[in-house]
Design a protein around this ligand. Structure first.
Ligand SMILES: NC(=O)c1ccc[n+]([C@@H]2O[C@H](COP(=O)([O-])OP(=O)(O)OC[C@H]3O[C@@H](n4cnc5c(N)ncnc54)[C@H](O)[C@@H]3O)[C@@H](O)[C@H]2O)c1
Length: 324
């Protein structure tokens, strides 16, 4: 049995990771403070002898001390504040929840005798506004334009340094926008919430031309697990995303169509800095996924298909095939 720790395991991506890993040879410990994650996300596994749930905060050193004596083969570190927008008004959140929390976890790993492999969920936003699209992993210089992107880049740097200094393997995955059931943030979730409240009008942050790549959750989980199998270096970096983009206006059209709502008035806020939804919103994002494709991976769904599947799930519409 492999021993796995998942921080943020009660969240969107973490709970899907559990769905896949618990059916394999794994015992899983989940550490989550349930700020955005919920027990419902992992309800089907509570009571499973191979799953241990610890409600704890990565900012609490006492909770982390309890993890120290344990040996884990792999730690998936997903716990974070994933909301890019918040940084425009409250940058401290990303500093604490992302950088300090990651540093606390790294200190725990440093003090652990048998070192695990650490898998860290980073983000496309570390690239800032790259001049090269699709953007490869070796693109430089990295100049994030949001505190979220900056905090994740700081985490990447700390992880690289700790992995080299204290001799463990690290895998840094830079995710595009991930969508699917249980997602509680991002544009798809936001639009559905707004339309449920008022089906006549949809407020769209920015000018609607923001053009980004979206990946369905099952594709994301398969890719994450593949990086774990294939990573050979001490510090490994992979982009994970789909191969196309879609605009925010297109997303609004897909969602209204899928929800069967007609004659919705789209109200564009116009946004800031040339149509961005908020300060720090990257307008054009597409990751180069050639590196992962050399391992025979490719996404099953493109951006629009991923969004359509997600809307069907989040609005509880019947689906021929629910998860794949
Ligand atoms: N969803 C995406 O599109 C996306 C894109 C790029 C990167 N990521 C990254 O992937 C990871 C998972 O994102 P998600 O979409 O599942 O978000 P999520 O909010 O659903 O999951 C984060 C989980 O971490 C927990 N958590 C937060 N702070 C914690 C703390 N201090 N201690 C313990 N637990 C804590 C939350 O309760 C939640 O369960 C995050 O690191 C996020 O930055 C997500």
């Amino acid at each position: 049995m492999k021993k796995t720790l998942i921080t943020g395991g009660a969240g969107f991506i973490g709970s899907h990771l559990i769905d896949t890993l618990l059916t394999k040879e794994n015992t899983i410990t989940v550490l989550d403070n349930l700020t955005t994650g919920t027990p419902q996300n992992i309800q089907q596994w509570l009571g499973n002898p191979n799953l241990t749930f610890i409600k704890a905060d990565l900012l609490n050193p006492v909770a982390l001390k309890k993890l120290e004596p344990n040996h884990y083969d792999t730690i998936f570190h997903l716990a974070a504040n994933p909301e890019v927008k918040i940084g425009a008004t409250n940058p401290k959140i990303h500093f604490q929840q992302n950088i300090t929390a990651t540093h606390n976890l790294l200190e725990t790993i440093r003090k652990t005798k048998n070192k695990p492999t650490l898998v860290f969920t980073s983000t496309s936003t570390v690239y800032g506004e790259p001049t090269k699209i699709p953007t490869p992993e070796n693109y430089a210089p990295l100049k994030p334009i949001s505190t979220y992107g900056a905090s994740k880049l700081a985490c990447e740097a700390l992880i690289s340094a700790y992995a080299h200094t204290y001799n463990f393997k690290a895998i840094i995955i830079r995710l595009a926008n991930i969508v699917g059931p249980r997602s509680q943030h991002g544009v798809v979730h936001d639009f559905i919430q707004k339309l449920n409240k008022n089906p006549n009008k949809l407020e769209i942050l920015g000018d609607g031309t923001q053009n980004k790549s979206y990946l369905y959750i099952t594709d994301c989980i398969n890719a994450i697990l593949l990086t774990l199998q294939k990573s050979k270096e001490q510090v490994n970096i992979y982009n994970i995303g789909s191969e196309d983009q879609t605009t925010v206006t297109e997303i609004a059209k897909i969602i209204t169509q899928e929800m069967g709502i007609k004659n919705v008035k789209f109200k564009f806020t116009g946004g800031v800095d040339g149509g961005r939804g908020w300060k720090g919103d990257v307008k054009n994002m597409l990751l180069d996924i050639s590196k992962l494709k050399t391992h025979e991976w490719k996404p099953k769904y493109n951006s629009q298909q991923a969004i359509t599947k997600t809307v069907k799930h989040l609005t509880n519409q019947p689906l021929a095939s629910k998860m794949d």
